[in-house]
Design a protein around this ligand. Structure first.
Ligand code: 523
Length: 135
């Protein structure tokens, strides 16, 4: 439907870890961890939006790969997709987040068990955990 908000998130992978970012706002999700990203703006492809967002949020250049299987629709008019990504230049830092962390499969599963993942991103955790275990 036109007018829907599309959000693209990045599963930035390096060896057997994925980069998570800890939200600083709004209050409901502050302190929880997410795949960094943001809204696709008009005229942008999801790939272009993810490159822009990860530059703004992490100060890195990324290349964007295949999407994760789960497309999350938390409510009418909002859709979230996640793409695998790799850093091609720069060292990530938390520009807009409280912190960032490189987490392995075990830590990812632990964050999930402890309800420290933002609710919308939980659908991606199983696939990511399985993928990290074989990298
Ligand atoms: N999520 C979400 N998970 C997730 C991201 C990147 C975003 O649930 N991994 C949600 C949070 C907001 C909406 O998607 O409801 C937009 O995300 P946000 O705020 O990170 O995107 P921005 O930076 O495009 O939006 P503004 O803060 O409004 O500029």
């Amino acid at each position: 439907m036109t007018g829907d908000v599309l959000v693209v998130a990045g599963a930035v992978l390096h060896r057997s870890r994925v980069l998570l970012a800890q939200r600083d706002y709004p209050a409901e999700v502050a302190g929880l961890w997410e795949l960094p990203g943001g809204k696709v703006e008009s005229g942008e492809t999801p790939t272009q939006a993810l490159i822009r967002e990860l530059c703004e949020e992490l100060d890195v250049r990324v290349s964007v790969g295949a999407p994760l299987a789960d497309v999350v629709t938390p409510r009418e008019g909002l859709k979230l997709v996640a793409h695998r990504a790799r850093i091609v230049s720069g060292t990530p830092r938390a520009v807009e987040h409280r912190a960032i962390a490189w987490v392995d499969a075990q830590r990812l599963a632990e964050l999930d068990r402890n309800s420290q993942i933002v609710p919308n991103d939980i659908g991606w955790i199983r696939e990511l955990t399985a993928e990290l275990q074989v990298r």
